[in-house]
Write a new protein. Sequence first.
Length: 286
Amino acid sequence: MEPTVGILGLGYLGSTLARLVPWSPQSWGTCRPSSYPAILSQQPLPVVPFDWTQASSWEALPTQSAILILTIPPIRDLEANRNHLRQWSAWMREHRPACSRLLYVSTTGIYPKRAGVWTEDTGEEPDSLSGELRKQTEDLLGEVFDLQVVRPGGIYGPKRNLWQRLRNGQAMPTSPHQPTHRIHVEDLARLIHLLILKPELPSCINAVDHQPLPSLRVAQWCAKQRPTALQLENHGLLAEPETDLPFLERKISNQRLQSTGLLLRYPTYQEGYHSLLDEPLNQLRA
Ligand SMILES: NC(=O)c1ccc[n+]([C@@H]2O[C@H](COP(=O)([O-])OP(=O)(O)OC[C@H]3O[C@@H](n4cnc5c(N)ncnc54)[C@H](OP(=O)(O)O)[C@@H]3O)[C@@H](O)[C@H]2O)c1
């Protein structure tokens, strides 16, 4: 039987993970009280209304043993985030001692935005607030929980991807010429599943596919496969030559990911976006 999990945050990744395998029937996930009960019909797991920043809602977390997967992002202030993590971790240790194992979904944004090859052993400090918040979160959770960390690049997949944006007439992301590290949401969920089953695997793993590439190049590739699907606003993409502008040589290593033996279903953007070229268009978010 699959293990018991508690997924903190049934967002894009959390929902994909919830659907990945038939988790044990004691498993659960959380959503913010404002999304409850509307979310219930979309989820295969029992859903607990929970606001991470409201101590009064922590009691809602089930008491039985579960492996926690934390997908909720940090509070965007270093001191507030530190205080919050200390308070929540101490509460969990006292009131939910059976949930001592936690897998934290961090980000490759923890690595400096400078040229270089960045591995999980890189000791350099982050150079952005979001990176610092992630590092702080990893460190503080590691003091209390039996911790595994996954650091994904940009997460994409069904209903949330660059090709959806462009077909909806939305603009390209900023810095489209810089190489982006990405991972398909299904492969990320499969990696997390593997780490849950094998706690002996390395406790920190970068989750990026085998081909970092500027978003512009990915967009051009998609546009060439389906030239008639583009909104007028983005037709310029088709005309733009596929020249390689000079870009930052920043490479995030996925050697450790490869050493786990996990074979990515979407090893590069081509496999990933090929599966997304013809998906129905989302309603735009308000
Ligand atoms: N998307 C990317 O490209 C990317 C890349 C690297 C790392 N990450 C990180 O990986 C994690 C998972 O990504 P994702 O794309 O699945 O993010 P997501 O869809 O935004 O999911 C995050 C979940 O956390 C919930 N949440 C946020 N604040 C909360 C709070 N105070 N209390 C309770 N729940 C709260 C959100 O609820 P609501 O929906 O109600 O806000 C949502 O369900 C996130 O930490 C994200 O920052 C994302």
